[in-house]
Design a protein around this ligand. Structure first.
Ligand SMILES: Cc1cc2nc3c(=O)[nH]c(=O)nc-3n(C[C@H](O)[C@H](O)[C@H](O)COP(=O)(O)OP(=O)(O)OC[C@H]3O[C@@H](n4cnc5c(N)ncnc54)[C@H](O)[C@@H]3O)c2cc1C
Length: 490
């Protein structure tokens, strides 16, 4: 039998969590006709559009699609009153279950927060956090402008900068989080504030890497710059070129100061559909210059095929989107290494490659081992506007982010795939530690749910984040009522 408690307003709220959420959904439905949807309805089905199967198969009681920060504020207050678990979705690219969708709770889907306005002086783009980066680039490309955002245009404007945000322009400008001039945020008590260098500067720091622990960001104001044609694309090699490619990666990271126009993704992939393993690297240069010297160590290696060309940002982001479709089971993992070519070779040849061979029989399998640079010029930009929360300082660079993503079709293969992936991470970590090449940092946007991202930011940054949490969300609404994603806990 259901029992009830009374709120201050005298509304009856059921004690059972699912029933509490049903009551909350009815309450919001009454206040916001057309903005709440339930399973079986067309809007709900459309909005259950996530990159990974794990997230798409998670079923909230209802989905709420606010049209303004004020709507979000009302929702947060009601969510607290009803004590209903919630999740917040922007582009839905976080891969593990519950990251931006919540079983039996309410998902706030931001897709109607879709304004995009460019300031008259062309220096700032105001964007609702329900946009995807391709929406923003589509607006800016014809104006020969750009911002620091995702390299796959389908990623949400909301999620990427809250974890960091590696972009084609990072050598020159830093990560996405270093180029947000202002966040409009709905706090735990429903207040709507602006966080920037001069107003709520502590919250501004926390939002640059602190993830979803501090509020719902409803608008971001992005530093905007002139950007015309650029050079970029994907280049495929056979896997036996790994030694030359990793040597080239090492020197790219060492020499990054000489040319910050360049960006790099070095990605080994084993693919069931091909029955084999390859490299598919991305070289991008933000000037319209074909094969600039900074890439010669890579481009002198014999490739199989290449799409490198002069084009515009939107074209390059569409190219990546086409290779990373929705609908599969997915698991990301990430660790960070000091810059060293030999460890990349050893992780590929001795750890990753032998371990993934059995998975080439798994339906839909695609496993990538990706290395990306955190160069000294990038780390310098981490200090912009009071600094970000990632906890990486100039004396620690240059660094290498290792990111593994495994993709497969069926839940029946979860245990085998995840078991192998975890073993690879453990072995790679042990190897790096044994050589003094391990760095504590874990890149939030590529991490697995069990990884302790905030511990990896180091004690100083974590302590600052915890203080901001105490000051802005003493009752831990964004941790306890929003269970998904990386939680900041003492
Ligand atoms: C195919 C693919 C390509 C990628 N490419 C890149 C890349 O080029 N560079 C890079 O750095 N990363 C990249 N990533 C990682 C990506 O940045 C993260 O997965 C990011 O969290 C996705 O953001 P989203 O808004 O799409 O996801 P979501 O799943 O919607 O959100 C991710 C998390 O952020 C929270 N969140 C989102 N919006 C808000 C908001 N407005 N307020 C409060 N919390 C919010 C969500 O609740 C969730 O916990 C890529 C990921 C994929 C799957």
């Amino acid at each position: 039998m259901t029992t009830y408690q009374d709120t201050e307003e005298g509304t009856n709220i059921p004690e059972n969590p699912r029933q509490r959420c049903q009551a909350l959904c009815s309450c919001l439905d009454a206040k916001f006709p057309q903005l709440v949807s339930y399973e079986g309805q067309a809007a709900y089905t459309l909005e259950q559009n996530y990159w990974s199967q794990q997230q798409a198969n998670t079923k909230p009681v209802c989905r709420f699609t606010p049209t303004s920060a004020e709507d979000v504020s009302v929702a947060i207050k009601e969510i607290r009153d009803y004590e209903c678990p919630f999740a917040v979705k922007s582009g839905g690219h976080a891969s593990f279950q519950g990251a931006s969708n919540v079983a039996g709770g309410i998902t706030i889907d931001l897709h109607r927060l879709n304004e995009i306005n460019v300031s008259a002086d062309r220096n700032v783009t105001h964007t609702g956090t329900g946009n995807r980066w391709e929406d923003v680039y589509s607006k800016l490309d014809p104006m020969d402008l750009a911002v620091i955002g995702g390299r796959n245009g389908d990623i949400g404007v909301g999620g990427l900068p809250l974890g960091g945000g590696i972009s084609f322009f990072s050598g020159f400008h830093g990560w996405a989080c270093d180029n947000i001039l202002n966040y409009q945020v709905v706090l735990a008590d429903g207040q709507i504030v602006n966080a920037n260098e001069t107003s709520h500067a502590d919250l501004y720091f926390a939002l640059r890497g602190g993830g979803n622990n501090f509020g719902v960001v409803t608008r971001m104001d992005l530093q905007t710059f002139d950007q015309g044609l650029m050079w970029g694309g994907s280049t495929v090699y056979s896997l036996d070129k790994n030694s030359s490619l990793y040597d080239a990666f090492y020197w790219f990271n060492v020499n990054a100061k000489e040319d910050p126009n360049a960006a790099l993704i070095v990605s080994a992939a084993c693919i069931k559909a091909l029955g084999s393993c390859i490299f598919s690297n991305n070289y991008n240069y933000i000037q319209p210059e074909v094969n600039p010297p900074v890439f010669h160590n890579f481009t002198r290696v014999q490739n199989v095929t290449s799409t490198q060309r002069i084009s515009k940002l939107l074209d390059f982001t569409n190219e990546l989107k086409a290779t990373q479709p929705n609908g599969y089971r997915q698991a990301f993992f990430s660790i960070t290494l000091l810059n060293d070519a030999q460890i990349m070779k050893d992780i590929l040849n001795d750890v990753w490659y032998p371990a993934v061979q059995p998975l080439l029989k798994v339906e839909g399998f695609l496993g990538t081992l990706v290395f990306q640079v955190i160069t000294d010029p990038i780390i310098e930009k981490f200090g912009k506007a009071g600094g970000n929360a990632l906890g990486i300082t100039a004396d620690q660079g240059p660094l290498t982010v290792l990111n593994m993503d495994f993709q497969w079709n069926s839940t029946a293969d979860d245990d085998q795939v995840l078991g192998i992936e975890k073993t690879i991470v453990e072995k790679a970590t042990a190897l790096a530690k044994s050589r003094g090449l391990f760095h504590r940092y874990i890149y939030q946007n590529y991490a697995y749910v069990t990884q302790d991202v905030f511990e990896g930011y180091g004690p100083e940054s974590k302590a600052k984040l915890l203080k901001v949490q105490r000051d802005y969300d003493l009752e831990h609404v964004f941790v306890d009522l929003q269970p998904g994603y990386f939680k900041l806990r003492r």
